[in-house]
Design a protein around this ligand. Sequence first.
Ligand code: PEP
Ligand code: MN
Length: 336
Amino acid sequence: MKSNATEEQVDAIVRSAREEGLEATAKTRFGEKVVEIPNGQMLDPVTLKAMPGVERTEQSIRRCVRVSRAAKAENSLVHVRDVTFGGKELVMIAGPCAVESPEQLLEAMHAVKAAGAHMLRGGAYKLRTSPYSFQGLGEPALKLLADARDRSGLPIVSEVVDEESVLLASMYVDMLQIGARNMQNYVLLKQAAHSGKPILLKRGVAATLEEFLNAAEYIYAEGNEQVVLCERGVRGFADYSRNTLDLNVVPAVKEYSHLPIITDPSHGTGMRSMVIPMARASIAAGADGVMVEMHPSPETALSDGYQSLHPEELEAMMVELARIAPVVGRILKRRG
Ligand code: PEP
Ligand code: MN
């Protein structure tokens, strides 16, 4: 507000925000009269600025509405069958980068089950850097995933890449993953949201926090509030890893949003030897869970074998993370 704005002018702003159903508070900030309106971007800044006594309007740098902490103070819980993200219990997702064969997936499923992890992952549609690399089995892979769920009880997450895969995956799996390459494919975000399935939204390799949260906002805006964020590494200058797992974003998301966030140290490092250390760090940083790639025989994997854990490494990781969890007020329960 202008320094000479009257009390009536301040009240008028507060009242007009409340008429829109928004909570507005008049306060003094560094000696300036301000009116703070959480979710104020729902108001027209031009109209607001034209009101008597207003000097300027400023938007919070995060600009998201429904997914922001301002909109909801308590942490959101996201349910995928009997698994809950965002509560005290950590969620561990493991499985191969891609579904390769019935045998490979069943072996992976047994290993995930034996390690006590909570969900099984496996790609049916793979977005590969080279068009000549293995592109995924498509619908047959989704059928294998559904079969693995029926045998093991493990909820399934798998990536969708277009409208057709959203429709198909919705029939077979429990959670749809939006990959890093598609984080800003807003058409796909809307289609995935309309499936009504919970969404695992991976961060783009160069996405700012604002872009990341607003991608989730797209899903919320379509009426789907079951969104889990996933930090999977960003592009930096490091030449000793595939990506740089940005753990700073975990507490940042916790500050600005009520959504759960997990990390993917497999893609975040691209190196098997770095996966467990960064999984430990993720839990210590406050992540709600971890997703890792694990292959029954990483040496023969059709994709991402070099960053996939061996089954026994997954077991070891579970034991280590279960010891770290209580230190940060969390629990890691093995799935029975
Ligand atoms: C994946 O999880 O298999 C994957 C392709 O991840 P991202 O989209 O993060 O690269
Ligand atoms: Mn992969």
